[in-house]
Design a protein around this ligand. Structure first.
Ligand code: NAG
Ligand code: NAG
Ligand code: NAG
Ligand code: NAG
Ligand code: NAG
Ligand code: NAG
Ligand code: NAG
Length: 484
C-alpha cells in the first residue's frame, strides 16, 4: 500500500504540467518497476534464438486494400501538395479482433528507389502520429488545430515513411478483446508489430524486397531494437529474408535502466537545474543498478524534481505551454523553425476531428497522444544492450542519436549506456557540420555511431528539423555527416 502511494505521488508531480507525453509514461513505468522488491527479469534472453522453433504468424490476403487506404487529402492540408499518403488498419489477430493503424507517406520523388523506414514513438503507449505531425512528417499542425503547414525537412524527402501506432490501445489501434490491453508489454508489442509488417508487405508488395530501416525515439529504444531482433530471428528461422532489414536509428532512447537514471540526474546537475547538495546526495544514496531504490535515494531524487521547477524537461530551454486547451483561432501560419510549445493540445484537437478521422479511414475514436486504456505494462526489459550487441554482430547499421538539451532521456544517459557496451572507438569524437555551423557531435564505435544534435530536445526533428534531416540522410547513406 505504502509503495503504491509513493508511486502515485511521483505521477501527480509530473501530471501537473506534463501529462500524457511519451517519457512520462516511461517514468510511470520505471517508478512501478523500482517499487517492486525484486528485480524484473530480463525476458529478452538472446538464448531464445537457439531454443525456440519458428511458429508461423497470421497472414491474410491483402489484395486491393492498398487502394482503399489511399488518402485523397488531409483536411487542412496546403493546396497544391501532391504526396501519396495511405492509412488504415491491418489486422494482427482476427480471433481477438486486434488491428494496428498505420500512416504511410511515400517520397514525392523517386519513391521506388528509396528505402522504407518505419518510425515508432515511445511511451510505452504513445502514438507514432506524434512523429508524423509534430516531428518529421510532411505536415505539421498550425496552432488553430485545424490546418496543416508543410515541413520542408520531412524525412519523406529521402525515404518512404511508415508510421505505426503500436501496441493495440494506442491512438487508432485497437482490440475488440479489451482484456488484450492488460497484456501490453515489450514482448507482445514486438510480436504484433512483426505480424503487422508481414501483412502490410502483402498489402504493399512493391516494398517486399526494399531496404528497410526502423527508427524511433524515447521508449522506442525498446521497441525498435526488439522488433529488429524479432525480424532477424524470423528471417533466420524461415531461411528467407521476409523483411529486408538493414539497420536502426534510435533517438533519446531509453535502453538501459541501470545507467539511464544516473545519466538523467547528472544531466540536470551539469545543466544548472539542480543544487550541488542534491547532486551529492544522489551520488551518496542512490544505487541505480538493479533492485529498488532506497528511501534516502527517493527522498533526494524527489528533491531533484522539486528543484527543477516548471520547465519543459523535453527541451530545457524551450518556452512552456502557457495556454493549454486554448487553441489560437486566428490562423497564424506555423513555422518549421518555431516549434509550438502547445503542440500536444493542437495535435489532439486535429486528430480527434471527425473529418480528419474520416480522411484517415478510421472508426470514430477519442484520439489521445498516449493511451488511456493501457494502464499497466507487463514486461519491460531492464536492458536492451544484449539486443544491441546482437544487432551489431548481425551486421545491422546502428545509430544512436540524441538531442543534447533533452532533460528526459538525456545525452548523458545514452553515453553511459554505450560505454557499458565497451566497444572499441573507430572515429574519435568530433563535430559535424551543416551550413557552416556545428550540427552536433559524433563518436564512431565498432558497429555503432553515437551522434548528437545540437540544440534539439527529446523530439529531435521538432526543434532542429534541418539538422535532423541531415542526420537521417547520412544514416540512410551509411556515411558520416561532414567534419567541416
Ligand atoms: C472489431 O469489431 C467490429 C464490430 O464488430 C468489426 O467491424 C471489426 O472488423 C472488428 N475488428 C477486427 C480487427 O476484427
Ligand atoms: C507477462 O509477460 C510474461 C513473459 O512474457 C508472460 O509469461 C505473462 O503471461 C505475461 N502476463 C500478462 C498478464 O500478459
Ligand atoms: C532452414 O534451414 C535449416 C538448415 O538447412 C533447416 O534445418 C530448417 O528446417 C529450415 N527451416 C525452414 C523453416 O525451412
Ligand atoms: C548496487 O546494487 C547492485 C545490485 O544490488 C550491487 O551489485 C552493487 O554492488 C551495488 N553498488 C554499490 C556501489 O553499492
Ligand atoms: C527528505 O527528508 C528530509 C529529512 O527527513 C525531509 O525534511 C524532507 O521533507 C524530505 N524530502 C522529500 C522531498 O521527501
Ligand atoms: C494567438 O496569436 C497571437 C499572434 O501571435 C498572439 O498575440 C496571441 O496571444 C495568441 N493567443 C493565444 C491564446 O495563444
Ligand atoms: C475527442 O472527441 C471525443 C468525442 O467527440 C470527446 O469526448 C473527447 O473529449 C475529445 N478529446 C479531446 C482530447 O478533445
Amino acid at each position: 500500500m505504502i509503495k503504491l502511494v509513493v508511486v502515485f505521488c511521483f505521477l501527480a508531480l509530473f501530471a501537473l504540467s506534463y501529462a500524457d507525453i511519451q517519457a512520462d509514461k516511461l517514468f510511470e513505468l520505471l517508478k512501478s518497476k523500482r517499487s517492486r522488491d525484486s528485480d524484473v527479469p530480463n525476458t529478452w534472453a538472446i538464448l531464445d534464438e537457439a531454443t525456440h522453433e519458428y511458429s508461423p504468424v497470421y497472414v491474410a490476403p491483402q489484395d486491393g486494400l492498398s487502394q482503399l487506404d489511399k488518402i485523397s487529402a488531409l483536411p487542412g492540408q496546403p493546396a497544391g501538395v501532391d504526396i501519396n499518403q495511405y492509412s488504415g488498419y491491418v489486422t494482427v489477430n482476427p480471433t481477438a479482433g486486434r488491428a494496428l493503424f498505420y500512416y504511410l507517406v511515400e517520397s514525392p520523388t523517386d519513391s521506388a528507389t528509396k528505402p522504407l523506414v518505419l518510425w515508432l514513438n515511445g511511451g510505452p503507449g504513445c502514438s507514432s502520429l506524434i512523429g508524423a505531425f509534430s516531428e518529421l512528417g510532411p505536415f505539421r499542425t498550425n496552432s488553430d488545430g485545424k490546418t496543416l503547414f508543410m515541413n520542408d525537412y520531412a524525412w519523406s524527402n529521402v525515404a518512404n515513411m511508415l508510421f505505426l501506432e503500436s501496441p493495440a490501445g494506442v491512438g487508432f489501434s485497437y482490440s475488440n478483446t479489451t482484456s488484450d490491453y492488460d497484456h501490453s508489454g515489450d514482448k507482445n508489442t514486438a510480436a504484433d508489430a512483426y505480424v503487422f509488417l508481414v501483412n502490410w508487405l502483402e498489402r504493399f508488395p512493391q516494398y517486399k524486397t526494399r531496404d528497410f530501416y526502423i527508427t524511433g525515439e524515447s521508449y522506442a529504444g525498446h521497441y525498435v531494437p526488439q522488433l529488429a531482433y524479432t525480424i532477424l530471428l524470423n528471417n533466420k528461422k524461415t531461411n528467407q529474408t521476409t523483411i529486408n532489414i538493414k539497420g536502426i536509428a534510435i533517438g533519446n532512447a531509453w535502453i538501459d535502466d541501470n545507467t539511464n537514471l544516473k545519466g538523467l540526474y547528472d544531466h540536470w546537475w551539469t545543466h544548472a537545474l539542480n543544487s550541488d547538495e542534491t547532486h551529492d546526495g544522489i551520488q551518496k544514496y542512490c544505487n541505480f543498478t538493479g533492485g529498488s531504490l532506497s528511501l534516502m535515494c527517493r527522498n533526494v531524487t524527489d528533491k531533484a524534481w522539486d528543484e527543477i521547477g516548471d520547465i519543459d524537461l523535453y527541451n530545457i530551454y524551450a518556452p512552456i505551454c502557457l495556454t493549454p486547451n486554448q487553441r489560437n483561432t486566428s490562423i497564424i501560419p506555423g513555422s518549421i523553425n518555431n516549434f509550438d510549445p502547445c503542440w500536444q493540445y493542437i495535435l489532439e484537437f486535429y486528430l480527434n476531428d471527425s473529418m480528419v478521422q474520416n480522411a484517415l479511414h478510421v472508426k470514430p475514436t477519442s484520439w489521445d497522444l498516449c493511451s488511456d486504456v493501457i494502464t499497466s505494462w507487463n514486461d519491460s526489459a531492464v536492458t536492451i544492450l544484449p539486443i544491441i550487441k546482437y544487432l551489431i554482430e548481425n551486421g545491422q547499421r546502428l545509430w544512436v542519436f540524441s538531442g543534447d538539451i533533452d532533460g528526459r532521456v538525456p545525452i548523458t544517459s545514452s553515453r553511459y549506456s554505450i560505454n557499458a557496451l565497451d566497444l572499441p572507438i573507430e572515429t574519435a569524437w568530433r563535430p559535424w557540420y551543416l551550413n557552416k555551423e556545428v550540427g552536433g557531435y559524433l563518436e564512431g564505435y565498432k558497429g555503432l555511431l553515437l551522434i548528437t544534435v545540437r540544440g534539439a530536445g527529446h523530439t529531435v526533428p521538432s526543434y532542429q528539423p534541418e539538422r535532423a534531416l541531415a542526420l537521417f540522410s547520412s544514416f540512410l547513406g551509411g556515411i558520416l555527416p561532414p567534419s567541416s
